[in-house]
Design a protein around this ligand. Sequence first.
Ligand SMILES: NC(=O)c1ccc[n+]([C@@H]2O[C@H](COP(=O)([O-])OP(=O)(O)OC[C@H]3O[C@@H](n4cnc5c(N)ncnc54)[C@H](OP(=O)(O)O)[C@@H]3O)[C@@H](O)[C@H]2O)c1
Length: 240
Amino acid sequence: MKVVVVTGGSRGLGLAIINRLLEEDYRLVAISRSCSNALQDLMHRHPGRITFEPYDFNNTTEIHDLALRIGREHGRIYGLVNNAAVGHDGILATMHEKDISELLKVNIEAPLLLTKYLIRPMLLNGQGRIINISSIMAGTGFSGLAVYGATKAALSGFTRSLSREVGRAGITVNTVAPGYMQTEMTASLQGQKLESIKRRSPLNSLASVEDVASGVSYLLGDSASMITGSTLTIDAGSTA
Ligand SMILES: NC(=O)c1ccc[n+]([C@@H]2O[C@H](COP(=O)([O-])OP(=O)(O)OC[C@H]3O[C@@H](n4cnc5c(N)ncnc54)[C@H](OP(=O)(O)O)[C@@H]3O)[C@@H](O)[C@H]2O)c1
């Protein structure tokens, strides 16, 4: 069974991705700070299919060790989904430097380092899939999300150049850009604001975490072997 590492697999989109990939022939390594009840429940229902690795991406100095441990325990991994992120918002002029620093560490430095170390076994294998979860905010912009948007745009740039670097080794690198999804990250956005996001969608709807997880599953599969360096936008048409 191919092994796929999913960061931020404890809840929200990451958990939906784990759930979706369980329908296929993958073994999964979920990484986040804590293991949620929902993830524990999935682990019990699918014995031997999911391993939980606790790690806090605020600490970037032990990511190399984390990658080596994953390699030792699970062999050469096939796929990496860089999904974990924080969504701190705030007007730049008054934002705490601590929040800016956490956004840069967790949302861009950590996925970059984890990819650096997990891509090595992929290079040896001559195959692999990297999927970076960005956001439509990388291309559109939203007041109060300047730093978050910068990290998401950085991930898209990372995808494009890395795809050129590793394509010859049979590794694809793609971005998935979700629109607004209802998770803990967006729990504060409700009521009128939520309705107006829905109204702007040609489908008069929001993409769910399951919709986005299907996109990730597609990019990991054999049918997507000729797709690299691209962005799959899943936003119910909000940015059309
Ligand atoms: N929700 C949206 O509308 C939306 C839209 C576009 C893009 N996105 C992107 O989609 C991805 C998933 O978002 P979500 O809505 O599912 O967020 P979420 O519900 O807040 O989940 C975030 C996940 O990341 C993990 N995480 C956060 N900080 C971490 C840290 N320091 N170290 C390790 N793990 C950490 C969390 O687990 P622990 O707290 O246990 O560590 C959790 O599993 C993110 O990349 C986000 O930017 C979301």
